[in-house]
Design a protein around this ligand. Structure first.
Ligand code: MN
Length: 323
């Protein structure tokens, strides 16, 4: 063991489940069905911290697992968001040097969600909020009805972390259904989540929300859900005659941040850094769906300067979340 000072490591897409919220989840399939994963999701104490210590992770920014409260009715969502965020606040205040938090929002009632975001930030000390895929029967979060959430996020100067959830059942059936038996992750972490989240990111661009709220900050997981790789092509295609004027590059590099959550690829990281700059890439694991140690080992080995690694491991996060 050396005494050389090492950079602080903050991971910011790290999940937990609140028992009362998760009681509404269908856990028959997906990663939450694994009993060991579920045990970890409910562990906000000793076991979680021991796994952080073993991997060298100093701080987890805690967020509820998908789909949060987006697939329950509005009234229940409002009631549960208050309770769940209050409980999460108690966890963070018990271990303030190890945990920070993103709020779970009652998205089905967008005005209440904006108010809950404000309460979570100003009263509970949370760093922003995480949202998850489609809301209700299939509403994308760029729809106008949800704009109060983004308006409030800009006013509070906190980011919204756009996290995936399971695709619409019809999308799952048509796009992935015939392969799901042998490859159950196809519709989720292997590909479906990326389609969901990259589509929402592009829809946010097209909706004009960044004209209405030019200081809005959006965080994307898995090294930008393939978008940094394809930004040139998106812009080229959207600038063909007959299109309204938009610049995806401007928005991607001006309003978005990406995390390494569940995507420990050096070439993919290089693409993000080349397109967006080192200041927009933040370390994450996606625990407990992904193990901590390979994430930390990978980032320690990437061929970047110590200064750049410090930025990825915690510097950018401290600036963005004001930790
Ligand atoms: Mn995740």
């Amino acid at each position: 063991m050396t005494t050389r000072s090492r950079p602080q490591v903050i991971a910011l897409e790290e999940h937990y489940w609140d028992p009362e919220v998760a009681a509404h989840f269908d856990v028959s399939g997906g990663s939450g069905a694994n009993p060991k994963t579920r045990e970890r999701l409910y562990d906000l104490g000793v076991g979680r911290i021991a796994e952080m210590d073993a991997a060298g992770i100093d701080v987890q920014v805690l967020s509820h697992g998908a789909p949060g409260l987006q697939r329950v009715n509005a009234e229940t969502a409002v009631e549960l968001a208050t309770l769940a965020n209050n409980r999460l606040r108690d966890v963070v205040s018990g271990e303030p040097s190890r945990f920070a938090a993103f709020a779970v929002l009652p998205v089905p009632d967008p005005e209440a969600a904006a108010d809950e975001l404000e309460r979570a930030v100003t009263k509970l000390g949370f760093k922003g909020a995480m949202v998850h895929g489609l809301t209700g029967e299939g509403m994308f979060l760029d729809e106008k009805r949800f704009w109060p959430i983004y308006e409030r996020a800009q006013a509070l100067d906190v980011p919204i972390y756009v996290h995936p959830a399971a695709p619409h059942p019809e999308v799952s059936r048509i796009y992935y259904g015939d392969y799901l038996k042998e490859f159950p992750a196809l519709g989720t972490a292997a590909w479906g989540y990326t389609v969901e989240t990259a589509t929402l990111a592009l829809r946010l661009l097209l909706s004009g929300i960044f004209d209405a709220y030019p200081r809005l900050k959006i965080i994307l997981g898995p090294l930008g859900e393939t978008l940094p790789y394809i930004v040139w092509r998106v812009d080229a295609a959207l600038s063909r005659p007959g299109h309204k004027k938009v610049s995806f590059r401007e928005v991607l590099c001006g309003n978005f941040y990406v995390t390494t959550s569940g995507n420990f690829s050096t070439p993919a990281l290089a693409c993000c850094v080349a397109e967006m700059g080192i200041d927009r890439v933040l370390f994450s694991v996606d625990w407990p769906f992904v193990a901590n140690p390979p994430a930390v080992r990978w980032i320690e080995e990437v061929p970047y300067s110590d200064d750049d690694k410090v930025k990825i491991l915690s510097g950018n996060c401290k600036r963005l979340l004001r930790i």
